[in-house]
Design a protein around this ligand. Structure first.
Ligand SMILES: [Zn+2]
Ligand SMILES: [Zn+2]
Length: 118
């Protein structure tokens, strides 16, 4: 792992939130002042491709990055956009049965209104 990748993993490991690339960049710059936005993007992509982290696609929002590459679902507040982890049993066997074929992965995102917004 490069120095930049270690820094990015460290940033993600120390937050409870799922950060956007921009948020990762601002935090990275505090510790590596000359790091470029493009470097952050490239390393986030690489880490996601290596399954060290997970990229989350939320409709209408920038992609977020998740330190936890293990399968889990997310609750997304439809008002403020806050993302919350939801740990569920592994659904792959069920989904494969329903699909009638092997699947490589799944992404489960559920909408709700968070307690803060209620
Ligand atoms: Zn909310
Ligand atoms: Zn998550």
């Amino acid at each position: 792992m490069t120095k930049q990748q270690t820094l990015i993993c460290d940033i993600l490991a120390n937050v409870h939130d799922h950060l956007t690339a921009e948020e990762v960049f601002f935090r990275a710059r505090e510790r590596m002042p000359n790091i470029a936005m493009g470097t952050v993007y490239r390393n986030l992509n690489q880490l996601a491709a290596d399954r060290q982290i997970r990229r989350l696609t939320v409709p209408g929002q920038p992609d977020r990055y998740d330190k936890n590459p293990m399968p889990h679902g997310h609750l997304v507040c439809q008002n403020c956009g806050k993302l919350q982890d939801l740990f569920l049993p592994d659904l792959v066997p069920y989904l494969e049965q329903a699909a009638g074929q092997n699947i490589t992965h799944y992404e489960l995102t559920m909408g709700h209104i968070c307690p803060n917004c209620k």
